[in-house]
Design a protein around this ligand. Sequence first.
Ligand SMILES: Nc1ncnc2c1ncn2[C@@H]1O[C@H](COP(=O)(O)OP(=O)(O)OP(=O)(O)O)[C@@H](O)[C@H]1O
Ligand SMILES: CC(=O)C(=O)O
Length: 492
Amino acid sequence: MTKTTRDILDDVLALRERVSTWGAATFRHWRPRIRRPEFAAGALNLAHYLAFRKHDLRPLQRALMPLGISSLGRAEGRVLASIDAVACALSKLVGRAPGAPLRPPSARQFYRGERQLGLAAEALFGPGVPGRHGRILVTLGSDAARDPGLLRRLAEGGADAVRINCAHDDPDRWMRMIEHLRTAERATGRRLKLLMDLGGPKVRTADVATPSDRQRMVAGDELLICRAGALRDPGYAFQTGCTLPVVLERIKIGDPVAIDDGKLRGRVVREEAGNLVAVIEQAPVKGAKLRPEKGLNFPGVKLGLDPLTAKDLADLDIVAREADMVGYSFVETAQHLACLQEELARRRSDWRRLAVVPKIETGGAVANLPEIIVQAAGCQPLAVMIARGDLAVEIGFERVAEMQEEILWLCEAAHVPVIWATEVLDGLVRKGTPSRGEMTDAAMAARAECIMLNKGPNQLAGVEALDNVLRRMGEHQAKKTPLLRELRSWAS
Ligand SMILES: Nc1ncnc2c1ncn2[C@@H]1O[C@H](COP(=O)(O)OP(=O)(O)OP(=O)(O)O)[C@@H](O)[C@H]1O
Ligand SMILES: CC(=O)C(=O)O
């Protein structure tokens, strides 16, 4: 039966009631953790958004569209204001007074979340460059410690911020990178924000052993995973140490294993003298090299690791002193975030001024994202990183596109900036030529406030291409909203 406009109005009013009541209850629960007044509106809107998305809204959306009224598809940053605007327009259509507490929102109220998100992005990543909305964050490789001019070239090419991944290199090199960063800032007159990423409890390959005549592993190969530095079993051609050997006690026969961002995938088939034997089930057609320092994931397995390793705690002494933003790898819960905050507080009385960047790279972190956001932004400036490298391995490559959308929506609701990370223009940065698909991915990345490039010999080309794509896409898209500038592509 087709609904009348009055029925649709009643549905919208019922939705408003649910969103406002449930949202208020969630917000009350969060309130004690919200110590930054500037996050209060974002937290309340996030609470409303969670209530808003508890139901299938598709029938209501389809009913609204033919009436020429917003179908609520871009309500992320302003949930109640969007519903109120729709309810007021419907009331006018049916000739009914909207009734308290309904008021059509002013343009200022309607766009308040958007303004707050813009201010948060500026505080985190700097003012940006004219004509481009998204910021560019570049991961520094070891060459940035050796080559004093590299940072200047990256800054001149359009980089807004840089990332030091504390999982690699060492404090001496990081300090040289930072020295070069400051020199580049003086030379260009631009302040470049610094993100330092704690390695976190990421399990990695340590030393590896491969046969002298074959480095690549293929499906069917067996891999011995043992304690770091314990490669000596002559019975296995392929062997790797494991940087966090405690996992060897926690993995069970049958558990999945993925190596080097999922290039090799297999399953643990037996245990031998405290070590694990895995069989590779999926590998690239030509195989994949077994290399040290690569990720060793056990997707979906609860490893129960401490959220901050001894190395993280040592690195944090430098990170808390030098960085503008602290990246937190493999964070999974609000409690993990609170642990990091305690450690920061031990090192700096003004730690709340430091920004924190939880890296969302496991299913657990996705599930707990609202609580992680509240714990983090309740105390300090926050950006959320969609760390697609590990996220894809942990939740499955097929779910990444959907999940990055959901993370973007949730963060927009909280007025929190997002960093779109990993494999952005990967072919261009590593090999010098982009694929068509990665250019489209870079264009999609324009919906995040900041886009990260990984290490590679052609980073400058990556920065320049990204700068170009982001400028173009900024004319067509703002977050979820298509922007209809005049089209110039066709002869008419
Ligand atoms: N100093 C290094 N030595 C060896 N491998 C490195 C080093 N630095 C980076 N890598 C590898 O280069 C690739 C890109 O590194 P980058 O820090 O940009 O990305 P990442 O995905 O955050 O790295 P990781 O997952 O290893 O922390 C990764 O595969 C990383 O393991
Ligand atoms: C950036 C990162 O750590 C990842 O994508 O996994």
